[in-house]
Ligand binder design. Structure first.
Ligand SMILES: Cc1cc2nc3c(=O)[nH]c(=O)nc-3n(C[C@H](O)[C@H](O)[C@H](O)COP(=O)(O)O)c2cc1C
Length: 332
């Protein structure tokens, strides 16, 4: 059972924090498809205390995406405490601390996965944050630094001792980055040493993976990251698979195009400027349009556009064309 504050969910599906991906529009979309809890991308503590406008905007959340967690990161105690307080002002349901980012420029400053190298310091930081805010504090971390230094059991216990509400474990080491096999076998071992809810993350790309992750690990929640990019259906499909034992059919090409445009409209609605939503949205097309007939031409064209209308026109025309072609049956 995923239990944080007033949130209690069986077989909870969490949308992972992802930089430049889990912004407000995508979170709303995933929520509509059945994500139980969503997270902002990681927000830099130093940027927040310097009142950097761009950083501060990453804290924006909306009522229709609750429960939502704001994730913060940093390697220094005071700025992290301050950042947690600033994040709290936005009234999220959860404040999540990133102790897993593997990227060199983050980890070498002692932030993200860098915290794994000093468990007492990580514990102190989290302790101070728990005391400084009135929201539930959770931590997302990894099993260890590398294969020789797997310290998650010690860390999990230390974090439970200072009042962390739940843990998410990306079951790879810092050395693995995002590659290689995640080792889910650590989840049952962690659950033996702590009583707080534990979410499993890493390598959950299709609904069957999510079901297997619950079954094999006994995790309280499954957190999905790359498996949701261009594929928010993963949440509804997983729910159906777990609840009814059968996997729903793939969404049709019509549905995929409809949802692509819906997602883009959500991004535009929340952006200060249409162009600033349309250009970063380009990274989503390969996921949404995967497997479409003659799609490379469409992708090339779509990359030229900087506003919504021509994108909608292109995709709806493509849909009309494909419906009248023998490839339609194959594509759906
Ligand atoms: C584009 C991208 C951005 C990410 N940004 C964050 C982040 O801001 N905070 C975080 O905790 N993890 C971040 N991650 C890691 C994911 O949350 C997740 O732990 C990782 O991708 C493993 O899960 P997966 O195998 O299901 O993709 C990011 C991953 C990707 C692919």
């Amino acid at each position: 059972m995923w239990k944080i504050g007033n949130i209690e969910i069986k077989n909870a599906l969490l949308l992972a924090p992802m930089e430049d991906v889990t912004n407000i529009g995508f979170r709303k979309l995933c929520k509509e498809f059945g994500a139980d809890v969503v997270y902002t991308e990681f927000v830099n503590s130093d940027g927040l205390i310097r009142k950097n406008e761009k950083t501060h905007k990453k804290l924006r959340i909306s009522e229709d995406e609750r429960p939502v967690g704001i994730q913060i990161y940093g390697g220094n105690l005071e700025p992290m405490i301050e950042a947690a307080k600033i994040a709290e002002e936005e009234n999220p349901d959860i404040i999540d601390i990133n102790a897993g980012c593997w990227v060199k420029k983050v980890a070498k400053r002692g932030a993200g996965a860098g915290l794994l190298l000093d468990p007492p310091y990580m514990q102190k930081m989290v302790d101070e944050i728990v005391k400084a805010v009135n929201k539930p504090v959770t931590v997302k971390t990894r099993i260890g630094w590398d294969q020789e230094n797997i310290m998650i059991l010690e860390i999990a216990k230390r974090l439970e001792d200072v009042g962390v509400a739940a843990l998410t474990i990306h079951c790879r080491t810092r050395q693995q980055g995002h590659k290689g096999e995640p080792d889910w076998s650590w989840i049952p071992k962690i659950k033996e040493v702590v009583n707080i809810p534990v979410a499993v993350n890493g390598g959950i790309m299709i609904p069957e993976d999510a079901k297997l992750a619950f079954e094999q690990t006994g995790a309280d929640a499954v957190m999905i990251a790359r498996g949701a990019i261009g594929n928010p259906w993963i949440f509804s499909q997983t729910k159906e698979l777990i609840e009814n034992g059968k996997l729903p059919s793939e969404p049709s090409i019509d549905e995929k195009i409809k949802v692509t445009l819906q997602h883009l409209r959500y991004e535009i609605a929340r952006a200060d400027n249409e162009r600033w939503a349309v250009i970063p949205f380009r990274k989503f097309y390969s996921g949404y349009l995967k497997g479409f007939h003659h799609v490379s031409k469409i992708r090339q064209q779509i990359m030229q556009f900087e506003s919504y209308e021509p994108i909608e026109e292109l995709l709806l025309n493509y849909l009309e064309e494909i419906k009248n072609s023998p490839h339609y049956e194959q594509a759906v």
